[in-house]
Design a protein around this ligand. Structure first.
Ligand code: SF4
Ligand code: SF4
Length: 391
Protein backbone atom coordinates (compact mmCIF):
# COMPACT_ATOMS: atom_id res chain seq x y z
CA UNK A 1 0.00 0.00 0.00
CA UNK A 2 1.09 3.61 -0.41
CA UNK A 3 0.60 6.81 1.56
CA UNK A 4 -2.08 8.02 -0.84
CA UNK A 5 -4.30 5.09 0.11
CA UNK A 6 -5.12 6.96 3.28
CA UNK A 7 -8.09 9.30 3.05
CA UNK A 8 -6.41 12.16 4.98
CA UNK A 9 -3.13 11.98 3.06
CA UNK A 10 -4.89 12.35 -0.27
CA UNK A 11 -6.05 15.89 0.48
CA UNK A 12 -2.68 17.16 1.72
CA UNK A 13 -0.19 19.42 -0.01
CA UNK A 14 3.16 18.00 -1.11
CA UNK A 15 5.13 19.13 1.91
CA UNK A 16 2.53 18.57 4.62
CA UNK A 17 3.37 15.79 7.11
CA UNK A 18 1.61 12.61 6.01
CA UNK A 19 0.07 9.80 8.01
CA UNK A 20 2.79 7.15 7.88
CA UNK A 21 2.17 3.55 6.99
CA UNK A 22 2.20 1.36 10.09
CA UNK A 23 5.14 -1.00 9.85
CA UNK A 24 5.06 -2.64 13.24
CA UNK A 25 2.38 -4.23 15.35
CA UNK A 26 2.72 -5.37 18.92
CA UNK A 27 0.22 -8.16 19.38
CA UNK A 28 -0.77 -8.21 23.03
CA UNK A 29 -1.73 -11.82 23.59
CA UNK A 30 -3.25 -11.00 26.96
CA UNK A 31 -3.55 -8.34 29.64
CA UNK A 32 -2.77 -11.00 32.22
CA UNK A 33 0.65 -10.83 33.78
CA UNK A 34 2.36 -12.43 36.75
CA UNK A 35 3.65 -8.94 37.54
CA UNK A 36 1.81 -5.66 38.05
CA UNK A 37 4.62 -3.19 37.44
CA UNK A 38 3.98 0.25 38.80
CA UNK A 39 4.77 1.83 35.44
CA UNK A 40 2.93 -0.58 33.12
CA UNK A 41 1.37 1.40 30.24
CA UNK A 42 -1.34 -1.22 29.80
CA UNK A 43 -2.31 -1.77 33.42
CA UNK A 44 -1.53 -5.47 33.12
CA UNK A 45 -1.62 -7.75 36.12
CA UNK A 46 -2.75 -11.08 37.57
CA UNK A 47 -6.36 -9.90 37.77
CA UNK A 48 -6.53 -8.89 34.11
CA UNK A 49 -7.59 -11.19 31.29
CA UNK A 50 -8.06 -11.74 27.60
CA UNK A 51 -6.33 -14.11 25.23
CA UNK A 52 -5.98 -13.16 21.59
CA UNK A 53 -7.31 -16.01 19.42
CA UNK A 54 -4.77 -17.48 17.00
CA UNK A 55 -6.88 -16.38 14.03
CA UNK A 56 -6.97 -12.76 15.27
CA UNK A 57 -3.16 -12.78 15.52
CA UNK A 58 -2.84 -14.16 12.03
CA UNK A 59 -5.34 -11.65 10.61
CA UNK A 60 -3.36 -8.76 12.14
CA UNK A 61 -0.14 -10.26 10.85
CA UNK A 62 -1.53 -10.62 7.31
CA UNK A 63 -2.91 -7.07 7.40
CA UNK A 64 0.41 -5.65 8.49
CA UNK A 65 2.06 -7.38 5.55
CA UNK A 66 -0.54 -5.81 3.27
CA UNK A 67 0.36 -2.41 4.75
CA UNK A 68 4.13 -2.71 4.95
CA UNK A 69 5.13 -5.68 2.78
CA UNK A 70 8.43 -7.20 3.79
CA UNK A 71 9.10 -4.35 6.20
CA UNK A 72 6.29 -5.56 8.45
CA UNK A 73 7.52 -6.18 11.99
CA UNK A 74 5.38 -8.25 14.31
CA UNK A 75 6.15 -8.57 17.97
CA UNK A 76 4.36 -10.68 20.49
CA UNK A 77 3.85 -9.22 23.89
CA UNK A 78 1.35 -8.90 26.71
CA UNK A 79 0.84 -8.93 29.54
CA UNK A 80 3.20 -11.84 29.83
CA UNK A 81 2.95 -14.03 26.70
CA UNK A 82 4.82 -16.95 28.30
CA UNK A 83 1.86 -17.51 30.62
CA UNK A 84 0.29 -19.06 27.51
CA UNK A 85 3.24 -20.97 26.13
CA UNK A 86 1.25 -23.50 24.07
CA UNK A 87 -0.80 -20.70 22.55
CA UNK A 88 2.34 -18.74 21.72
CA UNK A 89 3.81 -21.75 19.95
CA UNK A 90 0.60 -22.33 18.02
CA UNK A 91 0.63 -18.74 16.73
CA UNK A 92 4.23 -19.10 15.55
CA UNK A 93 3.49 -22.46 13.96
CA UNK A 94 0.47 -21.17 12.07
CA UNK A 95 2.31 -18.01 10.97
CA UNK A 96 5.06 -20.19 9.60
CA UNK A 97 2.61 -22.54 7.91
CA UNK A 98 0.98 -19.57 6.20
CA UNK A 99 4.34 -18.05 5.17
CA UNK A 100 3.76 -14.82 7.05
CA UNK A 101 7.45 -14.25 7.65
CA UNK A 102 9.38 -14.25 10.90
CA UNK A 103 8.20 -12.75 14.16
CA UNK A 104 10.60 -9.93 14.90
CA UNK A 105 10.43 -9.96 18.66
CA UNK A 106 8.92 -11.76 21.62
CA UNK A 107 8.88 -9.98 24.93
CA UNK A 108 9.03 -11.54 28.39
CA UNK A 109 9.78 -10.67 31.97
CA UNK A 110 11.52 -14.05 32.30
CA UNK A 111 9.62 -15.26 35.37
CA UNK A 112 9.33 -18.77 33.93
CA UNK A 113 13.07 -19.35 33.38
CA UNK A 114 13.71 -21.42 36.45
CA UNK A 115 15.35 -24.51 34.92
CA UNK A 116 18.16 -24.75 32.42
CA UNK A 117 16.49 -27.48 30.42
CA UNK A 118 13.23 -25.58 30.20
CA UNK A 119 15.03 -22.44 29.03
CA UNK A 120 17.05 -24.25 26.37
CA UNK A 121 14.01 -26.16 25.14
CA UNK A 122 11.84 -23.06 24.81
CA UNK A 123 14.53 -20.96 23.17
CA UNK A 124 15.26 -23.60 20.57
CA UNK A 125 11.52 -23.97 19.84
CA UNK A 126 11.17 -20.21 19.36
CA UNK A 127 14.25 -20.01 17.16
CA UNK A 128 13.08 -22.96 15.06
CA UNK A 129 9.71 -21.25 14.58
CA UNK A 130 11.32 -18.07 13.27
CA UNK A 131 11.53 -15.72 16.24
CA UNK A 132 14.25 -13.19 15.39
CA UNK A 133 14.85 -11.57 18.76
CA UNK A 134 13.97 -12.06 22.40
CA UNK A 135 13.37 -9.01 24.56
CA UNK A 136 13.83 -9.43 28.28
CA UNK A 137 12.55 -6.81 30.68
CA UNK A 138 14.85 -6.04 33.59
CA UNK A 139 14.43 -2.99 35.75
CA UNK A 140 13.52 -2.14 39.31
CA UNK A 141 9.80 -2.13 38.50
CA UNK A 142 9.83 -5.64 37.04
CA UNK A 143 12.15 -6.94 39.72
CA UNK A 144 9.60 -6.11 42.37
CA UNK A 145 7.71 -9.11 40.99
CA UNK A 146 10.27 -11.27 39.25
CA UNK A 147 13.35 -12.73 40.89
CA UNK A 148 16.44 -11.54 39.05
CA UNK A 149 18.18 -14.94 39.03
CA UNK A 150 15.89 -16.69 36.50
CA UNK A 151 16.09 -13.54 34.37
CA UNK A 152 19.89 -13.66 34.44
CA UNK A 153 19.82 -17.34 33.55
CA UNK A 154 17.48 -16.63 30.64
CA UNK A 155 19.57 -13.73 29.32
CA UNK A 156 22.79 -15.77 29.50
CA UNK A 157 21.25 -18.78 27.79
CA UNK A 158 19.60 -16.64 25.11
CA UNK A 159 22.84 -14.84 24.29
CA UNK A 160 24.61 -18.19 24.07
CA UNK A 161 21.98 -20.01 22.02
CA UNK A 162 20.64 -17.20 19.81
CA UNK A 163 23.68 -14.93 19.74
CA UNK A 164 23.99 -11.60 21.59
CA UNK A 165 22.60 -9.60 18.67
CA UNK A 166 19.30 -11.39 18.99
CA UNK A 167 18.78 -10.61 22.66
CA UNK A 168 17.56 -7.25 23.90
CA UNK A 169 17.77 -6.66 27.60
CA UNK A 170 16.00 -3.59 28.95
CA UNK A 171 18.12 -2.68 30.81
CA UNK A 172 21.57 -4.34 30.88
CA UNK A 173 22.79 -2.28 33.78
CA UNK A 174 20.16 -3.75 36.07
CA UNK A 175 20.95 -7.22 34.82
CA UNK A 176 24.54 -6.61 35.87
CA UNK A 177 23.31 -5.55 39.28
CA UNK A 178 24.23 -1.91 38.85
CA UNK A 179 22.03 0.98 39.86
CA UNK A 180 19.15 0.65 42.27
CA UNK A 181 18.63 -2.75 43.79
CA UNK A 182 14.93 -3.48 43.94
CA UNK A 183 15.05 -6.99 45.29
CA UNK A 184 16.94 -5.91 48.35
CA UNK A 185 14.16 -3.47 49.05
CA UNK A 186 11.44 -5.92 48.16
CA UNK A 187 12.86 -8.83 50.07
CA UNK A 188 13.52 -6.70 53.10
CA UNK A 189 9.99 -5.41 53.35
CA UNK A 190 7.70 -7.96 51.77
CA UNK A 191 6.50 -11.21 53.19
CA UNK A 192 8.40 -14.38 52.24
CA UNK A 193 5.28 -15.63 50.49
CA UNK A 194 5.61 -12.88 47.94
CA UNK A 195 9.18 -13.73 47.00
CA UNK A 196 8.26 -17.41 46.85
CA UNK A 197 5.26 -16.61 44.67
CA UNK A 198 7.26 -14.45 42.28
CA UNK A 199 9.75 -17.27 41.83
CA UNK A 200 7.22 -19.96 41.06
CA UNK A 201 6.48 -20.40 37.36
CA UNK A 202 2.89 -20.76 36.30
CA UNK A 203 1.45 -18.84 39.24
CA UNK A 204 -1.08 -16.63 37.58
CA UNK A 205 -3.74 -16.38 40.24
CA UNK A 206 -3.82 -13.52 42.66
CA UNK A 207 -0.38 -12.90 44.00
CA UNK A 208 0.64 -11.23 47.21
CA UNK A 209 1.11 -7.53 46.59
CA UNK A 210 3.12 -4.88 48.43
CA UNK A 211 -0.13 -3.83 50.05
CA UNK A 212 -0.33 -7.24 51.71
CA UNK A 213 2.73 -6.30 53.67
CA UNK A 214 0.84 -3.28 54.90
CA UNK A 215 2.64 -1.06 52.43
CA UNK A 216 1.09 1.34 49.96
CA UNK A 217 4.21 2.25 48.09
CA UNK A 218 3.16 5.36 46.27
CA UNK A 219 0.39 6.94 48.26
CA UNK A 220 2.61 9.21 50.31
CA UNK A 221 1.51 12.80 50.65
CA UNK A 222 4.70 14.79 51.06
CA UNK A 223 7.40 13.86 53.56
CA UNK A 224 10.50 11.76 53.06
CA UNK A 225 10.29 9.13 50.34
CA UNK A 226 10.32 5.53 51.53
CA UNK A 227 13.08 3.20 50.24
CA UNK A 228 10.69 1.88 47.61
CA UNK A 229 9.76 5.39 46.51
CA UNK A 230 13.45 6.31 46.26
CA UNK A 231 13.95 3.27 44.10
CA UNK A 232 11.15 4.41 41.76
CA UNK A 233 12.56 7.92 41.56
CA UNK A 234 16.06 6.65 40.77
CA UNK A 235 14.71 4.29 38.14
CA UNK A 236 12.79 7.13 36.51
CA UNK A 237 15.90 9.27 36.47
CA UNK A 238 17.85 6.45 34.82
CA UNK A 239 15.31 5.75 32.11
CA UNK A 240 12.41 8.24 31.97
CA UNK A 241 9.07 6.91 30.82
CA UNK A 242 5.70 8.35 29.92
CA UNK A 243 3.02 8.65 32.53
CA UNK A 244 0.27 6.67 30.89
CA UNK A 245 -1.52 3.56 32.13
CA UNK A 246 -0.59 2.62 35.69
CA UNK A 247 2.32 5.08 35.66
CA UNK A 248 -0.21 7.91 35.59
CA UNK A 249 -1.47 7.00 39.03
CA UNK A 250 0.57 7.45 42.19
CA UNK A 251 3.91 7.16 40.42
CA UNK A 252 3.35 10.39 38.49
CA UNK A 253 2.60 12.25 41.70
CA UNK A 254 5.66 10.76 43.35
CA UNK A 255 7.90 12.01 40.58
CA UNK A 256 6.31 15.45 40.69
CA UNK A 257 6.81 15.56 44.47
CA UNK A 258 10.39 14.44 44.07
CA UNK A 259 11.04 17.48 41.92
CA UNK A 260 12.33 15.36 39.09
CA UNK A 261 10.13 17.35 36.78
CA UNK A 262 10.17 21.09 36.55
CA UNK A 263 6.53 21.92 37.01
CA UNK A 264 5.79 25.34 38.33
CA UNK A 265 2.70 25.91 40.32
CA UNK A 266 0.99 29.14 39.41
CA UNK A 267 -0.97 30.53 42.30
CA UNK A 268 -3.48 32.35 40.15
CA UNK A 269 -4.22 29.29 38.14
CA UNK A 270 -6.42 26.45 39.35
CA UNK A 271 -4.08 23.98 37.68
CA UNK A 272 -0.38 24.13 37.12
CA UNK A 273 -0.47 22.39 33.79
CA UNK A 274 -0.51 25.75 32.12
CA UNK A 275 2.97 25.34 30.87
CA UNK A 276 3.86 25.22 27.24
CA UNK A 277 5.06 21.63 27.25
CA UNK A 278 1.60 20.43 28.22
CA UNK A 279 -0.83 23.09 27.13
CA UNK A 280 0.45 23.73 23.63
CA UNK A 281 1.19 20.21 22.71
CA UNK A 282 -1.14 18.66 20.17
CA UNK A 283 -0.66 14.95 19.58
CA UNK A 284 -1.03 15.18 15.80
CA UNK A 285 2.61 14.47 14.98
CA UNK A 286 2.56 11.45 17.31
CA UNK A 287 -0.47 9.93 15.60
CA UNK A 288 0.77 10.73 12.08
CA UNK A 289 4.32 9.55 12.68
CA UNK A 290 3.62 6.44 14.76
CA UNK A 291 5.73 3.59 13.45
CA UNK A 292 3.12 1.14 14.46
CA UNK A 293 0.29 0.02 16.66
CA UNK A 294 -0.46 -2.22 19.55
CA UNK A 295 -3.40 -4.57 19.17
CA UNK A 296 -4.94 -5.94 22.33
CA UNK A 297 -6.41 -9.42 22.92
CA UNK A 298 -9.88 -8.17 22.00
CA UNK A 299 -8.73 -6.72 18.68
CA UNK A 300 -8.57 -3.06 19.78
CA UNK A 301 -5.97 -1.00 17.92
CA UNK A 302 -3.93 1.64 19.76
CA UNK A 303 -1.52 4.06 18.12
CA UNK A 304 2.04 3.48 19.37
CA UNK A 305 1.87 3.23 23.14
CA UNK A 306 -1.28 5.36 23.56
CA UNK A 307 -3.03 2.65 25.53
CA UNK A 308 -6.79 2.81 25.94
CA UNK A 309 -7.50 5.06 22.94
CA UNK A 310 -9.17 2.78 20.38
CA UNK A 311 -8.63 3.64 16.72
CA UNK A 312 -10.61 0.65 15.54
CA UNK A 313 -11.11 -3.06 16.12
CA UNK A 314 -9.70 -5.68 13.80
CA UNK A 315 -12.54 -8.06 14.63
CA UNK A 316 -14.82 -5.60 12.84
CA UNK A 317 -12.52 -3.87 10.34
CA UNK A 318 -9.24 -5.16 8.91
CA UNK A 319 -6.18 -3.26 10.10
CA UNK A 320 -5.39 -1.91 6.64
CA UNK A 321 -8.88 -0.40 6.44
CA UNK A 322 -8.49 1.19 9.86
CA UNK A 323 -5.28 2.74 8.54
CA UNK A 324 -6.94 3.86 5.28
CA UNK A 325 -9.82 5.52 7.11
CA UNK A 326 -7.83 7.30 9.80
CA UNK A 327 -8.38 11.03 9.60
CA UNK A 328 -7.15 13.25 12.45
CA UNK A 329 -9.48 16.07 11.37
CA UNK A 330 -12.55 14.12 12.40
CA UNK A 331 -14.47 15.35 15.40
CA UNK A 332 -14.35 13.34 18.58
CA UNK A 333 -11.77 12.51 21.19
CA UNK A 334 -8.97 11.49 18.81
CA UNK A 335 -9.57 14.60 16.69
CA UNK A 336 -9.32 16.78 19.82
CA UNK A 337 -6.11 15.07 20.91
CA UNK A 338 -4.62 15.60 17.46
CA UNK A 339 -5.66 19.24 17.26
CA UNK A 340 -5.10 20.39 20.82
CA UNK A 341 -3.58 17.59 22.83
CA UNK A 342 -5.13 16.41 26.10
CA UNK A 343 -5.62 19.97 27.24
CA UNK A 344 -8.48 20.07 24.74
CA UNK A 345 -10.27 17.41 26.79
CA UNK A 346 -10.06 19.39 29.98
CA UNK A 347 -12.92 21.84 29.62
CA UNK A 348 -15.53 19.31 28.49
CA UNK A 349 -14.41 16.97 31.29
CA UNK A 350 -14.66 19.75 33.85
CA UNK A 351 -18.18 20.46 32.66
CA UNK A 352 -18.95 16.87 33.67
CA UNK A 353 -17.36 17.32 37.09
CA UNK A 354 -13.72 16.44 36.47
CA UNK A 355 -11.49 17.89 39.18
CA UNK A 356 -8.13 18.96 37.81
CA UNK A 357 -5.05 17.95 39.79
CA UNK A 358 -2.70 20.61 41.12
CA UNK A 359 0.02 19.36 38.77
CA UNK A 360 0.65 16.84 36.04
CA UNK A 361 3.90 15.08 35.31
CA UNK A 362 3.55 15.29 31.54
CA UNK A 363 0.86 15.57 28.91
CA UNK A 364 0.22 11.80 28.94
CA UNK A 365 -0.47 12.05 32.67
CA UNK A 366 -3.07 14.72 31.99
CA UNK A 367 -4.50 12.68 29.12
CA UNK A 368 -4.69 9.45 31.12
CA UNK A 369 -6.16 11.13 34.17
CA UNK A 370 -8.93 12.82 32.19
CA UNK A 371 -9.62 9.68 30.15
CA UNK A 372 -9.95 7.65 33.33
CA UNK A 373 -12.63 10.08 34.47
CA UNK A 374 -14.39 10.04 31.10
CA UNK A 375 -14.25 6.23 30.99
CA UNK A 376 -15.77 5.98 34.46
CA UNK A 377 -18.54 8.33 33.37
CA UNK A 378 -19.36 6.35 30.24
CA UNK A 379 -18.12 9.04 27.84
CA UNK A 380 -16.64 8.29 24.41
CA UNK A 381 -17.35 4.64 25.00
CA UNK A 382 -16.40 3.59 21.46
CA UNK A 383 -12.93 5.13 21.80
CA UNK A 384 -12.06 4.71 25.48
CA UNK A 385 -11.47 1.13 26.50
CA UNK A 386 -11.22 -1.65 27.20
CA UNK A 387 -11.77 -1.80 30.94
CA UNK A 388 -8.43 -3.65 31.36
CA UNK A 389 -6.59 -0.47 30.33
CA UNK A 390 -8.33 1.59 32.95
CA UNK A 391 -7.93 1.14 36.67
S1 SF4 B 1 5.27 -3.92 32.33
FE1 SF4 B 1 5.31 -5.98 31.40
S2 SF4 B 1 5.82 -7.37 33.11
FE2 SF4 B 1 5.17 -5.42 34.01
S3 SF4 B 1 2.97 -5.67 34.43
FE3 SF4 B 1 3.17 -4.71 32.39
S4 SF4 B 1 3.14 -6.41 30.97
FE4 SF4 B 1 3.60 -7.27 32.99
S1 SF4 C 1 -1.24 12.79 25.49
FE1 SF4 C 1 -2.60 11.04 25.17
S2 SF4 C 1 -2.83 10.86 22.96
FE2 SF4 C 1 -1.08 12.24 23.34
S3 SF4 C 1 0.72 10.90 23.30
FE3 SF4 C 1 0.06 10.99 25.45
S4 SF4 C 1 -1.37 9.24 25.74
FE4 SF4 C 1 -1.10 9.56 23.51
Amino acid sequence: MGLSDNHYNRGLGRDAPKFKLWRSAGLMLTYKCNAACEFCYYHCGPDKGGLMPVETCLAAWRSLRTLAGNEARIHLTGGEPFLYWDHLVEILREGRRQNLGPVDLIETNGFWATEEQLIAGRLSTLAALGMQRLKISVDPFHQEYVDIEPVRALAAAAKRLLGPDRVLVRWEKYLRGEGVSPLDVARASWPCSFVAWASSPGSIGRMPMPQDAGETPTTRKGGTPSPREKMYIEAYRDYPFRFSGRAARQLAQLIIDAGSLMIEKEASDPISIHQSSIINHPCLSGFLGAKGVHIDPYGNVFSGTCSGIILGNINQTPLEEIWENFDPRRSGLVGTLCARGPHGLLEPAQALGYQARPAYADKCHLCTHIRQFLFEHGQDASVLGPRDCYA
